[in-house]
Design a protein around this ligand. Structure first.
Ligand code: MTE
Ligand code: MO
Length: 238
């Protein structure tokens, strides 16, 4: 739900009920004193009828739509943009470290990309702002030996992605969500967003992008989750 709707909604229903509905991921809109409630089931049924431009169903199998991204935890990195450092390294001509201002000075992409969590929820149309991983790869001169990417994050969290997935135009290092600076619990100041794979591949509190020749299964991949993680193939576990 939109923040500016909250006070109108709360005038129409009790605070307790509002909090319950929000926790359940219910879409609530108040227009002219009338309350419109779309349940998670309504949103799921609607999304199941939609197709992506390439013909895939919009909603991968076994997923249910919730209204907003759910903070899924993890060991948080430094929240301060001033402390942010992104090391782009590995199979590259010239490894470089970018700070937060460098990131903001690069060409920005702002687009809605659905995300799908392996626990079964999907969030439709979150708007991400950031820099394409493809652009960052061009800045360091990717070597032809590079075949996989490791998204490195605070406290040793990693996620491995095949190079061809990581270079898709919808793969970003994002620092804004729905127009606002990325909240710390969603990985702020910046995180990876890999919309076409289960959301654990999208490392929060990102510290590095490492291009490698040989695959390096990441934090969840060595704990039984699928190495590739395509939601449309339901590649949840290995
Ligand atoms: N650094 C880091 N990144 C992470 C995780 C984590 O524990 N640490 N969890 C992953 C998982 S399992 C999911 S579902 C998403 C959740 O992102 P969210 O909390 O913004 O919804 O972040 C992913 N990125
Ligand atoms: Mo997850």
């Amino acid at each position: 739900m939109k923040d500016d709707d909250n006070s109108a909604i709360q005038r129409l229903i009790s605070r307790r009920r509002f909090v319950q509905m929000a926790a359940a991921g219910t879409a609530i809109t108040a227009i002219g004193g009338v309350l419109y409630v779309a349940s998670s089931d309504d949103l799921t049924a609607a999304a199941q009828k939609q197709k992506l431009p390439d013909g895939r169903p919009r909603l991968p199998p076994g997923q249910r739509v919730i209204e907003a991204l759910k903070p899924m935890g993890g060991t948080e990195g430094d929240p301060s943009p001033a402390a942010f450092q992104l090391r782009v390294h590995g199979e590259v001509e010239a490894a470089r470290t970018f700070d937060f201002d460098d990131l903001l000075d690069m060409p920005q992409v702002e687009r809605a990309h659905d995300v799908h969590c392996v626990t079964g929820w999907s969030c439709l149309d979150p708007v991400w702002t950031g820099v394409q991983v493809k652009y960052l790869a061009e800045q360091v001169g990717l070597k032809s030996s590079a075949r996989f990417v490791v998204f490195e994050a605070a406290h040793g969290y990693t996620a491995n992605v095949p190079l061809e997935e990581a270079l898709k135009p919808n793969v970003l290092i994002a620092h804004r969500l729905d127009g606002d600076p990325l909240e710390h619990w969603h990985g702020g100041p910046a995180r990876a967003v890999v919309p076409d794979l289960y959301f654990w591949k999208s490392s929060k509190w990102i510290t590095g992008i490492k291009f490698v020749e040989f695959d390096e299964p990441g934090y969840w991949e060595v704990r039984g989750y699928h190495n590739y993680a395509d939601p449309w193939q339901e590649q949840r576990y290995s």
